[in-house]
Design a protein around this ligand. Structure first.
Ligand code: CUA
Length: 348
């Protein structure tokens, strides 16, 4: 008996904790404070269905409690059988029609929004709108590449978009299946290896900022570290950015940084590109200094970059960089850090 009590106590404790912890989480990864068109549509659908569900539960609970009290077993009245209602046309009609109405209220906006969210006509060849911005998104084992094909610009980890318009995305996975998700401005879609999925993202004008994105398909040991950011900026600033990226000037100043560049040209260029030079099997580092994170997850500072260069495996298990280069001396790492932190297009 004691054992059973303990079990129930533990069970309730865990149930309470699960409820409590479900409220935790980063506010920048929320779907409940939409800052974009897609997120707002999804939020309103969530609200409609939640309100309907709560109403139904409330009404059913009230009727249930009423019936329990009204028809409870009374002393001296044991043989009374209340009026039977089976086959009552009026009642049958009511409890058939009400759910149908509720389903219609749910279905109409759901179907309408599904079509709106899937509307990518401006990016299709036949109906291409020349003003629509298109970005090719490629997911790799634990990092993201963003290519702006109309401008011949490639960047990674931080997707820069203008606010106030729909940006159209071609999504694919380079190695295994990943999924692209930016909850606060809306949109989530698989990046598959055998087809290209298409969607749009729209951060509202006036809602400039950095939005967090995640891979939401279990893809390997560092799946939880496969983060990216969306930097939503005013249109003008975006135009400047894309212009600087298209005409990138990656010269660096100072002896240490130049030594770093030499090391980069020997050891890193086989996988990483700066500007249009180099391979594209690892993140493009043209504007590395402007990033918000090191390796997608660590605070963007020199100390973390050095730690990363020293032992990437310990920070992001299973990443493709581990073991691809020989040991770097502390001096090499310092020089590379100095070099990489000068790669910026936001600098004056
Ligand atoms: Cu990529 Cu999970």
């Amino acid at each position: 008996m004691k054992q059973r009590h303990l079990k129930w106590r533990l069970f309730s404790l865990f149930a309470m904790m699960a409820l409590f912890l479900a409220g935790c989480g980063e506010s920048f990864l929320t779907t409940l404070e939409p800052k974009g068109e897609g997120a707002e549509m999804q939020y309103s659908l969530m609200m409609i269905s939640t309100i309907i569900m709560v109403l139904v539960v409330l009404v059913v609970t009230l009727i249930f409690i009423y019936v329990i009290f009204k028809f409870r077993h009374r002393k001296g009245d044991e043989d009374r059988i209340p009026e039977q209602v089976e086959g009552n046309h009026k009642l049958e009609l009511i409890w058939t029609v009400i759910p149908i109405l509720l389903l219609i209220i749910l279905a109409v906006p759901t179907v309408a929004y599904t079509f709106k969210l899937a509307d990518v006509t401006p990016m299709k060849a036949e109906t291409r709108d020349e003003d629509a911005l298109i970005v090719n998104v490629t997911a790799y084992l634990y990092w993201w590449e963003f290519e702006y094909p109309d401008y011949k610009v490639v960047t990674s980890q931080d997707l820069v978009i203008p606010t106030g318009e729909r940006v159209y995305l071609n999504l694919k996975g380079a190695d295994v299946k990943h999924a692209f998700w930016v909850p606060t401005i809306g949109g989530k879609m698989d990046t598959n290896t055998d087809n290209i999925n298409q969607m749009w993202l729209h951060a509202y004008e006036g809602q400039e900022g950095i939005y967090y994105g995640k891979c939401t398909e279990l893809c390997g040991p560092s799946h939880a570290l496969m983060d990216f950011k969306v930097r939503a900026v005013p249109k003008e600033e975006f135009n400047q950015w894309i212009d600087s990226m298209a005409n990138i000037d990656s010269t660096v100043e100072g002896e240490i940084a130049q030594t770093g560049e030499e090391i980069f040209q020997q050891s890193c260029i086989g996988c990483h590109a700066v500007g249009n030079e180099g391979s594209r099997i690892a993140p493009n580092l043209s504007n590395f200094a402007d990033r918000t994170r090191i390796a997608g997850v660590l605070d963007h500072n020199e100390e973390n970059l050095k730690a990363w260069l020293n032992d990437p495996e310990s920070l992001k298990p299973g990443n493709k960089m581990s073991g691809t280069y020989g040991e770097l001396s502390d001096q090499d790492i310092d020089a590379l850090t100095e070099y990489l932190f000068q790669l910026s297009v936001d600098k004056e």
